[in-house]
Design a protein around this ligand. Structure first.
Ligand code: ZZB
Length: 260
């Protein structure tokens, strides 16, 4: 599977993350990025937040003299064999942190219409896929939309300050069948209410993927007016050429010995 790795730069740690990581010498004066893996680079204009799983342990990995990547160990290992590490195939972990500690961290999401967004919790993040960090586009991803709504509605339960979730889905892609907020509209039609509705969410994802890819037209950004089919690779190239993203490959069916 070929993903685009998206670099969400940490602007300000959550209080808890500051307490845990603030004293780590090797992180001082470094650019620290939460790394998300996406199959839909053209949707980055609509990022409203970033998701991590509270129970996953993430590592902070030294990539070069200036940059540190925050992701799962298994994705850091893949990256180390794809040119993202100080030495080929060698992982340099500087610290580790539980996802729960990262909630409320403020990040800069590349191309997003929002200047800065926050890290929020998602129950369905898989530690065995991508980087374990998911960037959230509620306008075009049913999982993101429903989870974002859940977190907004039950902010106290999720230990989230309401201001961290006070963002609206942005219309970024127009489709003939579902308008310019495809994921919210499909979720409404299917009456999906909770991130626990896994089967319906999987169906909704399938519909939204197809509609966006075959019939979507960009409403915003550098490729406004272009069909999604064209904008996808153009946006990917833009992210890579500006250093805000990179190619990240995940070998299909490769069994990893450690998932945390
Ligand atoms: C932004 C985005 C915008 C995504 C969208 C999708 C959509 P798939 O097809 O099942 O392989 N993702 C990445 N890593 C994880 C993870 N560890 N756990 C859970 N979800 C993860 O799914 C690929 C997508 O799943 C990725 O692309 C990412 O979300 C998420 F508008 O990135 B995507 C209709 C989908 N729309």
């Amino acid at each position: 599977q070929e993903y685009t790795g998206i670099k969400l730069q940490v602007i300000e740690w959550s209080k808890e993350a500051q307490n845990t990581l603030g004293s780590v010498k090797e992180l001082e004066n470094k650019n620290i990025y939460l790394i998300a893996a996406t199959l839909r680079p053209e949707t980055m204009y609509g990022q409203t937040n970033c998701f991590v799983a509270t129970g996953i342990t993430y590592g902070l990995y030294k990539i070069n003299e200036t940059d540190v990547f925050l992701c799962t160990y298994r994705s850091a290992r893949n990256m180390a064999f794809q040119g993202y590490s100080c030495e080929h195939g060698v992982i340099n972990q500087l610290a580790e942190v539980k996802g729960a500690v990262l909630i409320g961290t403020k990040v800069k999401a590349p191309l997003s219409i929002y200047e800065q967004v926050y890290v929020l919790p998602m129950e369905n993040v898989l530690a065995t896929k991508g980087t374990g960090v998911v960037t959230s586009v509620p306008s075009d991803s049913p999982d993101d939309y429903i989870t974002f709504q859940d977190v907004k509605k039950k902010s106290a339960y999720y230990k989230v300050d309401p201001s961290w979730a006070a963002f609206d889905p942005i219309p970024i892609i127009d489709t003939p069948s579902y308008g310019n907020l495809t994921a919210p509209n499909v979720c409404q039609q299917k009456k999906i209410n909770s991130q626990k509705d896994r089967v319906q969410l999987a169906e909704a994802k399938e519909i939204v993927y197809k509609e966006g890819f075959y019939n979507g037209v960009m409403l915003v950004g550098d490729f406004k007016g272009k069909p999604v089919q064209e904008a996808k690779s153009l946006t990917k190239d833009l992210l890579i050429s500006t250093g805000q993203g990179f190619l990240y490959n995940e070998p299909e069916g490769l069994v990893m010995s450690r998932s945390g």
